[in-house]
Design a protein around this ligand. Structure first.
Ligand SMILES: *Cc1c(COP(=O)(O)O)cnc(C)c1O
Length: 368
């Protein structure tokens, strides 16, 4: 204890050893083309801006709806379920954290599956952080080299995958790989699980299929969604789960009483009342994604098929780190992950068509 400073000793050892999640940079550089955090390039709908502005007055002194009921009612209409099937969070990151606390025992107190959080790699880099914070075990199993989920027969045979894990997280479409998975395959996987399975559909609006029906069919399956990516609302922090009412009730019990801020709730409700506006943007982004993929492929980049609002590219001629720096010189910011499974790649968020053109033009110059 002597070696530790008197302040450091006040922090739990578990917290001292946690490696915090590393968010993408948010530099404030004028004219920067920001393609590093999967933000939507298009603004929220005019109705969202109007309703949020109209709510900014003396009522800010009041607490918001404690359980976000008006928003849950709108979401229930959208998904054909009841508000009891839904819990809303301060971003889906919050509900994911709540799930670790509600469904997973910290390691050491029970047998291993009960304290295991399981996921494929690569996937969302927050999952291991959530496990570390909670003191849970992790079980990581690699996706195939082209970011596909291994065949079920392989998963069963390998015994690396724990079908009894307390919590299994599947990012679908995958991030950062971009690959989408069919509902039929996800259903076959879910059916073999004894613990809770969360299908993290953060990018599903850019995909061919979604698996919402599984959350309403199987009591142990939860679908996670967010307003951040497809609904241009990162700033407001609104995400939610759809699942069995008993699981949702457990999450409601342990969440902060007013976990979703009032303006976020208003923005999310207004979003759901302007869906045609957003659906047009989904189409635009998917079209830009396909065009950018073709152009970069022609320049020698290798790119697995994406069903998300980003592509993962293996660049030619220079290392990913060098490309990151070179694009930055052209005022274009993309993302490079140091972790071994994707360190040969860069992740590029799909921006506007003009941003894609700038990225392609810069790539041509860099290649000479
Ligand atoms: C962005 C993201 C989230 C979280 O989004 P919030 O902004 O917290 O709602 C969850 N899962 C994946 C895979 C993501 O990429």
């Amino acid at each position: 204890m002597k070696s530790k400073s008197s302040i450091a000793r006040l922090v739990r050892p578990l917290v001292s050893t946690v490696h915090a999640y590393v968010p993408g940079e948010q530099p404030r550089i004028k004219g920067l083309i920001k393609l590093n955090t999967n933000e939507n390039p298009y603004p929220p709908s005019p109705r969202v801006i109007r309703d949020v502005k109209a709510a900014v007055d003396g009522r800010l002194r009041l607490y918001p709806e404690a359980s976000a009921l008006p928003l849950r009612e709108e979401l229930a209409k959208l998904h054909g379920c009841s508000p009891e099937n839904i819990v809303v969070g301060n971003g889906s990151d919050e509900v994911l954290a709540l799930a670790t606390r509600a469904f997973v025992e910290p390691a050491g107190k029970t047998k291993s599956s009960a304290s295991t959080i399981q996921y494929f790699t690569p996937s969302y880099s927050l999952y291991p952080v959530l496990a570390a914070i909670h003191g849970a075990r992790t079980n990581e199993v690699s996706l195939t080299s082209d970011f596909d989920i291994p065949e079920l027969s392989m998963l069963k045979k390998s015994r690396a995958w724990d079908f009894g894990a307390a919590l299994t997280l599947v990012t679908t479409p995958n991030a950062p790989g971009g690959r989408g998975y069919s509902t039929a395959r996800l259903e076959a996987l879910c059916r073999l699980h004894k613990g809770v399975v969360i299908l993290d559909e953060a990018y599903v609006d850019f995909a061919a299929e979604n698996a919402m029906e599984l959350a309403l069919k199987y009591p142990h399956v939860i679908v996670s969604r967010t307003f951040s990516k497809s609904y241009s609302l990162c700033f407001q922090r609104v995400g939610y789960f759809v699942g069995h009412p008993d699981l949702m009730a457990a999450l409601h019990k342990i969440r902060d009483s007013y976990n979703v801020n009032g303006l976020g709730q208003i923005a999310a409700v207004a979003t759901l009342k302007s869906l045609p506006y957003y659906r047009k943007n989904f189409k635009l982004i998917c079209a830009t994604r396909e065009r950018l993929t073709r152009a970069l492929t022609d320049l020698g980049f290798s790119i697995p098929p994406s069903q998300a609002n980003f592509i993962l590219v293996r660049p030619p001629k220079f290392s990913p780190e060098a490309w990151l720096a070179k694009w930055k010189e052209h005022k274009i910011l993309v993302r490079w992950f140091r972790s071994s499974s994707v360190r040969d790649y860069l992740r590029i968020t799909i921006g506007t068509d003009a941003e894609a053109d700038a990225l392609i033009a810069a790539a041509r110059k860099i290649l000479g």
